[in-house]
Design a binder for this molecule. Structure first.
Ligand code: ZN
Length: 277
């Protein structure tokens, strides 16, 4: 049995959870979803001591509260409004995603050698630094599409069985389109990281400020470099099948305040994100 599975597949679910005092849960939200806690007069939003600015959704300001895909406990969000600290408890809802069975022919990308495991750990350490980035918001919601024409797809959150063994859930949305299809920035951003990674292949990570990172994996070509400023709709690369991939597709992912959430929610029309006053 690979130790990689232990590191990535189990730890995220086995995390110790502290009990947080707060009001009774007003509602529930599924892992990987978002709740927009709306009000005028919000000065700042907080989750676990992490501060961020309110976002505008359908013209309404609010705190966009992430419910991480691997979350195992209720969420307590806070906001400062008109000089008062307010709290919202969101109960953790059911895990709503399907099970996906995959066959990866290259078993060396499933059961990692010590060298590849060390490589993945180095890459994860590099990538993990991105989640703490903050800075001025450069984006507006909904985000622009990462492909000019978005096919049906996604499978965000799917519990994965790879070559017959349970693995980590799918943390992005997959869109199967031909190799060479242009990939576009979903909002104004600075290029936080690019590179060739073991699982993600040729990848671009964009920092949109205020704790929003968008990710584009398995690319064929990459047209941007770390530190570049890009605007919404800018061509950043093309679709490919690099890294651990079963065929040409765009894997599109989002981290919001460090949490993995369903990217389709941020691309979608009004009403795809739950709101609460
Ligand atoms: Zn994917």
């Amino acid at each position: 049995m690979s130790s990689f599975r232990l590191l990535v597949g189990l730890c995220s679910f086995a995390a110790t959870v502290a009990t947080i005092a707060g009001p009774a849960a007003a509602q529930t939200a599924s892992p990987g979803s978002l709740v927009h806690w709306q009000s005028a007069g919000i000065e700042r939003c907080l989750i676990g001591g992490r501060e961020f600015a309110p976002t505008i959704l359908d013209g309404e300001p609010g705190c966009l509260v992430p419910v991480g895909l691997t979350r195992t406990a209720d969420i307590v969000a806070e906001r400062d409004r008109d000089g008062q600290r307010e709290r919202l408890r969101i109960g953790l809802g059911e895990y709503p995603y399907s099970v996906q069975r995959l066959e990866i022919k290259d078993q060396s990308r499933v059961d990692l050698s010590p060298e590849n495991l060390a490589r993945v750990q180095r890459e994860n350490a590099l990538i993990g630094k991105l989640w703490a980035r903050q800075g001025e918001p450069r984006f507006s919601l909904p985000l622009g599409p990462p492909l000019k024409e978005m096919p049906a797809g996604g499978r965000f959150g799917a519990k994965r069985i790879i070559n017959g063994e349970p693995r980590s859930p799918h943390t992005g949305a997959d869109y199967a389109v031909p190799q060479g299809t242009p990939v576009l920035a979903v909002g104004d951003a600075v290029v936080a990281l690019t590179g060739e990674f073991f699982f993600s292949g040729n990848a671009v990570f964009l920092d949109h400020g205020n704790g929003l990172i968008s990710m584009y994996f398995h690319l064929h070509e990459v047209f941007v470099e770390q530190g570049n400023e890009v605007s919404r709709g800018r061509l950043i690369g093309t679709v490919g099948s690099t890294g651990r991939s079963t065929g040409p597709h765009l894997h599109f992912g989002i981290r919001w305040q460090g949490a993995r959430v369903d990217p389709a929610l941020l691309l979608g029309p009004a009403g795809t994100i739950q709101t609460v006053p």
